[in-house]
Design a protein around this ligand. Structure first.
Ligand code: PLP
Length: 408
């Protein structure tokens, strides 16, 4: 057996799988694991006694017009609306989305700039597939959404992690400058941010844009800016996240309705390649190729039509804002250190011991379910998702207080 190659061993055992994919599939995912644990605990101690702040499942109901539209379409269609669409999505749907963006951001986009996908996840995976080559690098700000690593490595590239500033969690431009090199294909940014809740200032993004423009000139190739923005509409206190293509022409926007319309299970999203993109048509075709090679073509037809019909529905962030304020007041009163969220629906709270996993385990004793920061690329913090009911936040604060007392 010892002299056999792994391939020969697998052949002999009759098991032919991609070992790397096996590892990915078998690896524990703390968010999903905690969510599953929460369901178990709810069955045992009652749902009202478990404070699950682990998963980013929006609790605000989808706009009423969504269900009304689905019902109307089902009536009208009589079973005929479930056909394939063109791979990038229906042209008139893409045109409607383009016009919505034109109204909101004063642009002149068209259907030819959009590729519909099933979630920001697939938008990013497609974008990397289309634009990044094996051996290249993608930069992310840290803390970061864990799956960026998976999607980068899926195209044979390396994810380069650059810490955000420690005082305000904005991008650290000098640190990014040190990380950029001739192998840098792209940088991915996420604002409003998961897990910290920061919204990058216009100036911070402008500084990044200047840096990328200078480095692109120096190396003679475009460095892409991938703007992952499923939380765009979830910004508080009147903040408006910058429209990134206005600041950097080679921006790809990966948007999703998962959070804004509370549709994470329906998997509907888009990639925007703005007309300002250098070599736009080739870049757009490469995105189409990325989608094709990954099998991400023709986003669900029903939900293409639903978002078209509901595109102007207002996004209700009020319940998240209420939870945010209750959580901040409670944590202030108890004595926790946290980063005031400006957007999204997560709070970044300092663990009361250096080992965030140990703190997370202790919190579980009080049925308080958090996510340790290690999975987001840093140590010593936890993420608390406040996209739950107000009652859950109130109960969570009682648990936070008991937990705090253990340490003091
Ligand atoms: N990017 C970020 C920062 C996220 O938080 C999420 C989901 O939580 C995604 C991407 C994936 O979004 P989607 O559900 O639309 O695939």
């Amino acid at each position: 057996m010892g002299s056999q190659t792994p391939f020969e061993q697998r052949l002999k055992a009759g098991i032919m799988i991609n070992e790397h994919m096996y590892e990915l599939g078998a690896a524990p995912n703390k968010i999903r694991e905690t969510f599953a644990y929460g369901l178990e605990r709810k069955a045992i101690v009652g749902p009202e006694n478990v404070y699950d702040l682990s998963i980013g499942n929006p609790s605000v109901p989808s706009p009423a017009i969504i269900d009304e539209t689905i019902a109307r379409m089902a009536q009208e269609s009589k079973g005929t609306m479930h056909a394939y669409t063109p791979s990038p999505g229906l042209e008139d749907v893409r045109q409607t989305i383009a016009e919505n963006l034109n109204r909101r951001f004063n642009q002149s986009y068209s259907a030819a700039d959009l590729y519909l996908t099933s979630g920001a996840s697939s938008s990013i995976a497609i974008t990397f597939k289309g634009l990044v080559q094996p051996g290249e690098e993608v930069i992310t700000n840290v803390p970061y959404f864990t799956e960026y690593k998976t999607w980068t490595e899926n195209v044979g590239a390396t994810l380069v992690e650059v810490l955000t500033r420690t005082d305000d969690f904005q991008m650290d431009i000098p640190a990014l400058e040190r990380a950029i090199n001739p192998k840098t294909a792209a940088i991915i940014i996420n604002s409003p941010n998961n897990p910290v809740g920061t919204v990058y200032t216009d100036q911070n993004i402008k500084d990044l844009a200047d840096l990328l423009a200078a480095k692109s000139r120096e190396y003679g190739h475009t460095i892409y800016l991938v703007s992952d923005e499923p939380y765009r509409e979830l910004a508080y206190d009147g903040l408006t996240p910058a429209w990134v293509p206005d600041l950097y022409p080679a921006t790809i926007v990966c948007y999703s309705w998962s959070k804004s319309f509370s549709l994470p299970g329906e998997r509907i999203a888009y990639i925007l390649v703005p007309p300002s993109m250098p070599d736009h048509d080739r870049v757009y075709k490469a995105i189409c190729g990325g989608g094709r090679s990954l099998g991400y073509i023709c986003a669900g037809t029903l939900f293409q039509r639903v978002v078209q019909a509901c595109i102007d529905a207002p996004v209700n962030i009020e319940p998240y804002d209420v939870n945010r304020k209750i959580l901040m007041e409670g944590l202030d009163r108890i004595g926790y250190t946290y980063i005031k969220p400006q957007g999204a629906f997560y709070m970044w709270i300092q663990a009361l011991e250096p080992d965030a996993n140990a703190f997370y385990e202790r919190a579980k004793k009080y049925e308080l379910l958090l996510v340790p920061s290690d999975g987001f690329g840093v140590k010593g913090w936890v993420r608390a998702g406040y996209c739950c009911s107000k009652e859950t936040i109130e109960g969570a604060l009682v648990a936070f207080e008991k937990l705090y007392r253990e340490y003091r």
